[in-house]
Design a protein around this ligand. Structure first.
Ligand code: UD1
Ligand code: UDP
Length: 360
């Protein structure tokens, strides 16, 4: 069986890692396409190095740009790759422009499409990811869902054929790398931090970065927190913070947040594990916080990962300064921590379903 995999953005490298490994272990051929959506070393290559992901067979080097331009460029180049490779399956991950471009290029060529992390919905059509998810799910042949909620979302849109509940490949990665992160990462020493003596924050959603009032509110809230707030800054966010300039205020703006460059996966997992609490608008980090038993405050108005909220480990607060600070003071997590998002073998389940459904 030959699979053409499309990745391009940071979370997709992590989502794909365990599946790349499982495909090879089962003796299949994978042609790995990197669209080049993310390209800085710390946003791309570091994940291939640390997670042992094979080097891409081709990097399309599309880079950054407006949504239509970026997706269109990817579509043209992915069509060429698909025509040259003629795989049994095109495998796409998550909800980025690389996901939609891969699925669309393949379906037009009548090459079967499998979508990993299908069925996720925020029900917020302001998010570019929501367009990518909905469109990809409706053209995919196989829909690999991480949760029952995702299966239900698809059913509500009339999608029942090809739907498989397999768990979350990001959980596979956490199980595989949490111990290595603990042993190999020196990030706490490098930053002079004590376990449970700091908070960890990440922000990159356009709703938070591109609306100056929201970005200012969040930075002001971070500046008012007593404990160190470690903030690995996504390049999109760094640009927007620079544009805000001196408009960023707060009681202790010179102390918090401590802005650092984006981290590699092992340093990130190490910082997550020992944080007292995580503040984030990231999808992946909300789940990692849960798996690592760290309370999470989600800097959005809704989440796709509703199970973490229902379990009492995640609170959705938006970008409101006062709400963020109130929740930080009052958040108490329950004693229960039910297993969520599968058995840590999502990659094996995915490869099994691809094999069973291969018609060539
Ligand atoms: C993208 C995804 C988002 C995902 C996120 C993960 C879409 C629409 N969005 O958002 O779903 O959560 O990746 O991180 O696909 N940049 C660099 N260096 C890089 C990459 C980006 O400087 O290596 C800067 C560029 O200025 C670029 C901006 O970041 O314009 C945004 O990058 P882009 O890939 O368009 O969107 P993300 O915000 O990263
Ligand atoms: N991540 C990382 N270094 C960072 C920030 C995030 O390794 O500085 C990892 C994080 O642990 C998770 C994934 O990147 O596995 C999440 O990606 P991101 O937040 O960019 O995207 P999202 O999940 O919101 O789509």
């Amino acid at each position: 069986m030959k699979v053409l995999t499309v990745v391009g953005a940071r979370p997709q490298f992590i989502k794909a890692a365990s599946v790349c490994k499982a495909l090879r272990a089962a003796g299949h051929t994978e042609y790995l396409v990197h669209t080049g959506q993310h390209y800085d070393y710390g946003m791309s290559q570091v994940f291939f190095d640390e997670l042992g992901i094979p080097q891409p067979d081709i990097n399309l080097e599309i880079g950054s740009g407006a949504h239509g331009w970026q997706t269109g460029q990817m579509l043209i180049r992915l069509e060429e790759a698909l025509l040259a490779q003629r795989p049994n399956w095109t495998l796409v991950y998550g909800d980025t422009n690389s996901t939609l471009a891969g699925a669309l290029a393949a379906v037009k060529l009548r090459i079967p499409v499998a979508h990993v992390e299908a069925g996720l919905r925020s029900f917020n059509r302001e998010m570019p990811e929501e367009h990518n998810r909905v469109l990809t799910d409706h053209i995919a042949d196989l829909l690999f869902c991480p949760t029952q909620t995702a299966v239900d979302n698809l059913r509500n849109e009339g999608l029942t054929k090809g739907v498989h509940l397999v768990g979350d490949t990001m959980y596979d990665a956490v199980l595989q790398f949490a111990e290595a992160a603990r042993k190999r990462s020196t990030i706490l020493e490098r930053l002079g931090l004590k376990p449970k003596g700091y908070l960890l924050a990440t922000v990159h959603r356009p709703y938070n970065t591109d609306v100056p009032e929201n970005l200012r509110n969040m930075l002001t809230a971070f500046a008012e927190i007593e404990e160190p707030v470690i903030f690995p800054v996504h390049p999109r966010t760094r640009k927007k913070i620079e544009e805000l300039g001196s408009a960023v205020g707060g009681r202790r703006p010179t102390v918090n947040p401590r802005m650092i460059d984006p981290l590699g996966y092992l340093d990130m997992l190490a910082l997550e594990q020992d944080a007292r609490l995580i503040l984030t608008d990231s999808g992946g980090i909300q789940k990692e916080a849960y798996w690592l038993g760290v309370p999470c405050v989600t800097l959005r108005t809704e989440t796709e990962w509703v199970e973490t909220v229902e379990a009492g480990w995640n609170v959705v607060v938006g970008a409101d300064r006062a709400r963020i600070l109130t929740v930080l003071r009052s958040l108490v997590t329950p004693a229960q921590h039910p297993a969520l998002y599968g058995d840590g073998q999502a990659a094996d389940h995915i490869v099994g379903v691809l094999e069973q459904n291969d018609r060539r």
